[in-house]
Design a binder for this molecule. Structure first.
Ligand SMILES: O=P(O)(O)OC[C@@H](O)[C@@H](O)c1c[nH]c2ccccc12
Length: 266
């Protein structure tokens, strides 16, 4: 079988984890200040409009350079002042040109929760994320066996972190629900082929207990039109990167994505 980009990233992550274990000073580049932040779950519970997790993403394997010269702190403050429910920071260096330091700088500058967006395969990465100031971590079901997924999920919870569990098909959704995930993200982009299809969100949302969990539609949200499609599918939030990173008016765009939610949650 040919190696997918996800396989390549996961191989690189295994090396990164070895490095941290060999040299524990790598566990912490810069400490996050311990500021009290509202949880993403609580803030989504209260909303009558679609929540936006706005992302700092300099580059990606599928798009190449997106906005390399961005000042993450300035961008995060812009996101926060225009209503973002959380800020996602891509911390992978090799494929996304991010860093843990970006995350710390952002976490120290905003009062909304910050998501450490990385490919987590080992508990040590969760400790690192927490020390750096993350409030939320991402766990990608496609990257993990169920046993590892459960262990990492439990570890994050013990450390007081929220977990966004990312799925892409029915099997992965079942695994996320069995875990007791409260925040479930459907990535509309297939991490193996890069294909983007909003129908995936719609199809999987129909199989979720939407009154018990928050469903976040991820990737390929470009305008109010896609935000409405996500909201109509039952999403309480969207995760948006590229268009916000490229826009001359990220604040205006962020506002337009916060469309009214369909039904009230019970
Ligand atoms: O830039 P977009 O299409 O708005 O997508 C943002 C976000 O969903 C995407 O960056 C993402 C979702 N899941 C991931 C997992 C790893 C890396 C990246 C991602």
């Amino acid at each position: 079988m040919t190696e997918t980009i996800l396989d390549k990233i996961l191989k690189q992550k295994a090396l990164e984890v070895e490095d941290i274990k060999r040299d524990p000073s790598l566990l912490l580049t810069k400490e996050g200040e311990k500021t009290e932040k509202v949880t993403l779950k609580d803030s989504l519970d209260l909303r009558t409009r679609l929540g936006v997790i706005a992302e700092i993403k300099r580059a990606s394997p599928s798009k190449g350079i997106i906005n390399e010269g961005i000042d993450p702190v300035k961008q995060a403050r812009l996101y926060e002042s225009n209503g973002a429910s959380a800020i996602s920071v891509l911390t992978d260096e090799q494929f996304f040109k991010g860093s843990m330091e970006d995350l710390t700088n952002v976490a120290n500058a905003v009062s909304v929760p910050v998501l450490c967006k990385d490919f987590i395969i080992d508990g040590i990465q969760i400790e690192r994320a927490q020390k750096a100031g993350a409030s939320i971590i991402l766990l990608i079901v496609a990257a993990l066996e169920q046993e590892a997924l459960t262990a990492l999920f439990n570890k994050a919870k013990e450390l007081g972190l929220e977990v966004l569990v990312e799925v892409h098909d029915e099997d992965e959704l079942t695994r996320a629900l069995n875990l007791g995930a409260e925040l479930i993200g459907v990535n509309n982009r297939n991490l193996k082929t890069f294909e983007v299809d909003l129908e995936i969100s719609k199809r999987l949302a129909a199989q979720m207990p939407l009154n018990e969990i928050h469903f976040i539609s991820e990737s390929g949200i470009l305008t109010e039109k896609e935000a409405k499609i996500a909201s109509d599918s039952g999403a309480s939030g969207v995760l948006v990167g590229e268009v916000l990173m490229k826009s001359d008016d990220a604040g205006g765009l962020l506002h337009s994505l916060q469309v009214p939610l369909q039904g009230e949650r019970s």
